[in-house]
Design a protein around this ligand. Structure first.
Ligand SMILES: [Cu+2]
Length: 450
């Protein structure tokens, strides 16, 4: 076994000891529906940030400005008829979720870089300053532009050397959702976080006006347990999966009003994985890709949209259902953070003899997973510094045993006021322990043989 696997397994194995002691605990603690509000008051660890505030409708046709949860929008200064912006490629200190920090590369102090937001027909001039230890470029992925502005080192321009500032200038001729990233040492620079989104609003919008417009960049990282530098040579076992470079519970929720029309623009600049992004409680239509708008006759309803590497998918929905609705990648290994993936199958095994034999070598060793892994998030186990090997974070009823590429669509009557808390379910609308009298009346015997 490689040393790092051993470290990861030891961290996970520490959980096992507690798993054995606590298997009965989860069944004993189910918060009643009416208590959900007070339960949330007692639990301080809400997903960070509340509502996104009132939206300035500053684009043609009353289109709302886009919201980049956990991110920002590139500021412009207008010089003559040109919008001028400045991207600085630079090393950054980044937090994926509290307790998991990394030394990344990004733009203007963050990953993803600021969302570039403009209107069809805008002439833009973007200066790119390189503060990285190696050369870079910026490629405007999906944007139609003159060949020499395409940002491909060697082919369409010289690399931007460390310390240099290059100028890109072109016109956004087409509305849509695009991305930007380097086209020099792509493997390293994108693996370390150099990604960003571009939104170009149409001059004359068609279709129903949306009330909220979000961008989410999906990404994947390899951050070995206890280390701070993402591994740019990783090809398979990515262990930090993110929306806008945040892993749950670090992801800010999408807070929307009841029956609002919501647009979500999802990009994917992961190294190797496509992400099927699933939304609970609603259906949506895929209205556009980075290739352009999909005619209404070509759209169909979905609850999961596959976002391939190097693509954007724009979905629109009517937020008709009040509640806290998960939105997440449906690959189960993409909603965990730093979980080991090369573990033996322990489900149903009696591990007592293994524990006895390994303990002289590793004090405190206990195997994990004999009863499943769903309780891992509740364990108070020692973990290595700067790591999140377990899934799980406090929820209003119990631990939420997902992390990684997971966020919450919060649909509220008054999103600005209610958006920061957990949903208060109306009495009688939460699944709970069955009432014996009703079981009997319905003819259900829990002890029946199949
Ligand atoms: Cu995924």
């Amino acid at each position: 076994m490689k040393r790092r696997d051993f470290i990861e397994m030891t961290a996970l194995s520490a959980t096992g000891a507690l798993l054995l002691r606590n298997t009965a605990r989860a069944q004993d603690h189910v918060a009643p529906a009416a208590a959900s509000t007070s339960a949330s008051a007692a639990k301080p660890a809400l997903p960070p940030t509340a509502a996104h505030g009132a939206i300035a409708r500053i684009f043609p046709g009353g289109q709302p400005a886009v919201i980049t949860p956990n991110g920002s929008t590139l500021p412009w200064r207008t010089v003559g008829d040109v919008k001028v912006g400045h991207l600085i490629a630079m090393p950054i200190a980044h937090t994926f979720t509290p307790g998991l920090d990394a030394d990344c590369w990004g733009y203007n102090g963050g990953t993803p870089g600021p969302t570039i937001e403009a209107v069809e027909g805008d002439r833009i001039r973007i200066y790119v300053t390189n503060r990285l230890p190696e050369a870079t470029t910026v490629h405007w992925h999906g944007v139609l532009l003159p060949n020499g502005m395409d940002g491909v080192a060697g082919l369409t321009q010289k690399p931007i050397a460390p310390g240099e500032t290059f100028k890109y200038e072109f016109t956004f001729t087409r509305p849509g959702t695009y991305m930007y990233h380097p086209h020099f040492d792509e493997m390293t620079q994108m693996a370390l976080g150099m990604v960003g989104m571009i939104v170009v609003h149409p001059k004359s919008p068609r279709g129903p006006r949306v009330d909220r417009d979000f961008v989410l960049m999906t990404h994947e990282w390899k951050l070995r347990v206890g280390m701070h530098r993402p591994d740019p040579s990783a090809m398979l076992d990515f262990n930090v999966l993110t929306f806008n470079s945040k892993a749950y519970p670090g992801t800010a929720p999408l807070v929307v009003g009841h029956r609002e029309r919501v647009r979500i623009r999802i990009g994917n600049l992961s190294a190797m994985d496509h992400h099927p992004i699933h939304l609970h409680g609603h259906y949506f239509h895929v209205t556009a890709t980075d290739g352009g708008e999909i005619p209404v006759a070509g759209q169909w309803p979905e609850t999961t949209v596959l976002v391939p590497v190097g693509s954007t998918r724009t979905v629109e929905l009517s937020a008709d259902a009040l509640g806290d609705w998960p939105m997440h990648c449906h690959m189960t290994h993409h909603v965990m953070t730093q979980m080991g993936h090369e573990l033996p199958v322990m489900l149903g095994a009696d591990a007592r003899r293994i524990n006895q034999r390994v303990r002289p070598l590793v004090p405190g060793y206990m195997n994990m997973g004999q009863n499943g892994m769903g309780d891992m998030g509740d364990m108070k186990m020692p973990i290595p510094d700067n790591s999140q090997p377990m899934r799980g974070s406090p929820g209003p009823f119990s631990s939420i045993d997902m992390g990684g590429m997971f966020t919450v669509l919060k649909v509220r009557q008054d999103p600005e006021r209610e958006g920061s808390g957990w949903y208060a379910h109306p009495q009688g609308t939460v699944a709970d322990r069955a009432d014996p009298q009703q079981l009997a009346a319905d003819g259900i015997d829990p002890d029946a043989k199949q």
